[in-house]
Design a protein around this ligand. Structure first.
Ligand code: ARG
Ligand code: ZN
Length: 409
């Protein structure tokens, strides 16, 4: 028996290969001028983007690059600190940690004490639909490239004659941003399983939630590569498209790459990804009802509104900014966490072909936001014990979004 456990353990530890052996996570703090230098000379794999005016950024340094990178940083007097010394080891620890929680919590419902697999997520949605048939219904919007079901859960009390405003939330478009699906599931959990307490949130609004928009990528981050971002569609040289560069609105015009192997590959053509075709069909069918769209990413502590394709601001920027700031201050009052609010080009970076821009620009959903959720100093790997505090404070923000919609419609 112990022999068996040992083999299972070995498997879990080593099937993933040792891709990140000796990789480091390094915090760099360049000035504005040094930022320019880095732009010209380095090709870092960033976990927080390098911002125009400098400031803290987090990068991954491969073992074979160490010498050259540290020489470059020191000779240009750029401030840096090594935060994680061996990424493989770090991921290994987190995998073991998740495993140790498996026994206690794998009871078919969601515990928010570990990151769930795609199938568990879908099973949870199904179990809610059968337990709460008057409140919950499911719509399977299609299959992913590798054939996984993409399920939207609809939460609606169904009473009243007038069409209620719909709040549409998705998560997981970027595979490695694990806290995003967890947050979407927490919203589901609170609205359905804690519906007495949160009754005010379902009285005058319907909620459509798609917790896992890129299931193949998400599974791949669990089984093979923790830092996978894209979909898993096959290309001629490399696998996957950045689904958040694949929407048909100023597609590929800025902040996206035509190179198949790039992390921000825009795809063969707009909506080349089957996951996005499913998403498009669903969104178009419901666009008149959807009054608020939230797409969950991590990390960065940002509440972003369009546009991502231009630094120009939308004509209703005042409303978008005002609502974003209200949400941000509610979260700050609750936990002290500060989210920065602004247009995605202006506070983050230009990137065309994102879902938020498309939802607003093409579908006419005025209130459209990307939320860059919590991350730890390690980046995407927010440790499992931090899921609950993270999703709780985000839920406070979602309540604030809801109360605005409630008043307006
Ligand atoms: N981190 C997100 C991404 O790179 C930000 C998206 C913001 N929205 C946008 N349309 N650029 O996809
Ligand atoms: Zn993202």
């Amino acid at each position: 028996m112990s022999h068996l456990i040992f083999i299972v353990l070995l498997n879990i530890l080593f099937t993933n290969g040792l891709k990140y052996n000796g990789y480091q996570i390094v915090h760099i703090e360049p000035t504005k001028e040094q930022t320019e230098l880095i732009h010209q000379n380095c090709n870092f794999d960033y976990i927080t983007p390098l911002r125009r005016n400098g400031g803290l950024t987090k990068v991954v340094v491969k073992s074979e690059e160490r010498k050259i990178v540290y020489n470059f940083l020191s000779s240009n007097k750029i401030k840096f600190t090594v935060i994680v010394d061996d990424l493989e080891n770090y991921f290994k620890k987190e995998r073991l940690h998740q495993l140790s929680r498996l026994k206690t919590f794998d009871r078919g419902t969601i515990s928010f004490r570990r990151y769930e697999r795609h199938e568990t997520i879908n099973n949870y949605l199904k179990s809610l639909a059968s337990k709460y048939p008057e409140l919950v219904s499911l719509e399977n919007i299609g299959q992913s490239f590798e054939g996984r079901d993409m399920i939207v859960i609809k939460i609606s009390t169904g009473r009243g004659t007038k069409q209620k405003p719909v709040i549409f939330i998705d998560a997981g478009i970027h595979a490695r941003e694990w806290i995003a699906p967890a947050t979407a599931l927490y919203v589901v959990n609170q609205l359905v399983e804690n519906s007495t307490w949160n009754n005010f949130m379902i009285q005058n609004a319907d909620w459509y939630i798609l917790p896992s928009l890129n299931p193949d990528g998400y599974e791949y981050t669990h089984t093979n590569d923790r830092l996978w971002r894209k979909t898993r569609s096959l290309g001629s040289e490399c696998t996957g498209t950045d689904a958040n560069r694949n929407f048909d609105f100023y597609w590929g015009t800025t902040g996206a790459s035509s190179a198949e192997c790039s992390e921000i590959y825009k795809g063969r053509n707009a909506f080349s990804e089957v996951e996005l075709q499913n998403f498009k069909n669903f969104s178009e069918a419901n666009k008149d009802k959807i009054k608020l769209y939230l797409t969950l990413h991590s990390y960065g502590y940002f509440i972003l509104y369009p546009w991502g394709y231009t630094s120009d601001l939308p004509q209703d920027v005042d409303e978008l900014q005002h609502l974003g700031s209200t949400v941000s201050s509610k979260i700050r009052d609750y936990s002290g966490t500060r989210f920065t609010v602004g247009s995605s080009t202006n506070v983050l970076y230009p990137a065309a072909g994102g879902s938020d821009d498309w939802m607003k620009g093409v579908n006419g959903v005025d209130l459209s936001y990307t939320i860059e959720l919590q991350g730890d100093y390690e980046g995407f790997e927010l440790p499992a014990e931090k899921i609950l505090p993270a999703v709780r404070e985000s839920f406070v923000g979602i309540q604030a979004f809801h109360s605005y919609v409630d008043k307006k419609y």
